[in-house]
Design a protein around this ligand. Sequence first.
Ligand code: PEP
Ligand code: MN
Length: 260
Amino acid sequence: MIKKITRSSFETFKKIDEQFDSLKKGFQIIAGPCSVENERIMDETAQELSKLGIKILRGGAYKPRTSPYDFQGLKKEGLKILSQTGKKYNMITVSEIVDTRHLETMADYVDILQVGSRNMQNFELLKEIGRSKLPVIIKRGMCSTIEEFKLAAEYVACEGNRNIIMCERGIRTFETATRNTLDISCAAILKKETQLPVIVDLSHSLGRKDIIIEIAKAVLALGTDGIMVEVHSQPQKALSDSIQQLNLKEFRNLLEAIKT
Ligand code: PEP
Ligand code: MN
C-alpha cells in the first residue's frame, strides 16, 4: 500500500518553484505567526518575510488548543486576514483545517491546508482532503509511528490527491528540555522511502528559540525540502505559543545563519 505513495509527485512544491525563486533550489521556508491575531501583526510580519524572500505564509485561524479557555483563533475572520495579507505580499498561504465542515471555506481562502498533529489520524478529514485534491501539509501525530504517519498520507493519496507535504514536528518522549523530541530519523526515512516533500517544523519540535539555528542547520544537512518556523512581529504579546515564536530580528538571524 505504501508503495503507491512512493510514486507521489512533488506537484505542490514544483508549482511553488515554478512561480517563485526559492532560497535554495527546492528548499522552502514556511513562516508566519502561530495564530492570525489581527491585520496589523499579519501585515508587519508578512512585509518583513516577503522582503526576505519568503514565499509561504502561515497563520492558524482554527486553533486546536489543549485548553478550551485558551485563544481558539479568529476562525473565518482569521482566514480572511491571512488571505488578504498573502495577496498583498504575493505569498502562498497555509492554515490548519480541523473539521471537514470547514473545507469549502478553507478552500476559498488558503492555498495549502495543514492537518495538525492532533488530527493526523482523523481519517474522515484525511479522506475529504483527499477528495478535494487541495495541497496539504500533514503533520506527524505527536504519538504516531513513522508507519502511521505514512499511512495518514496514504489516506489522502488513496482518494486521488498526491499534493502532500510531510511535516515532522517532534514526538512526545520523556524529555522535557524541548517541547517535543525532534525525530530527524523520521525525516531521513521519509526522504528515503517516499517521494513526497518532507519538511521539519522547528518551532513546535523545539518549543524554544535558543537552539533553532543549530537544529535548522542539521535539518538542512539532512536534505529535507524545507522548514516551518513561527514568526511574529511581537511574540512577547502573542496569543498562542509566545515563547517559541521568533521575532523579526531573530528570523533574519536564522536566515542569515542557514544561507551560509
Ligand atoms: C501549528 O502548526 O499551528 C500547530 C498547531 O502545530 P502541531 O499540529 O504540529 O502541534
Ligand atoms: Mn503554534
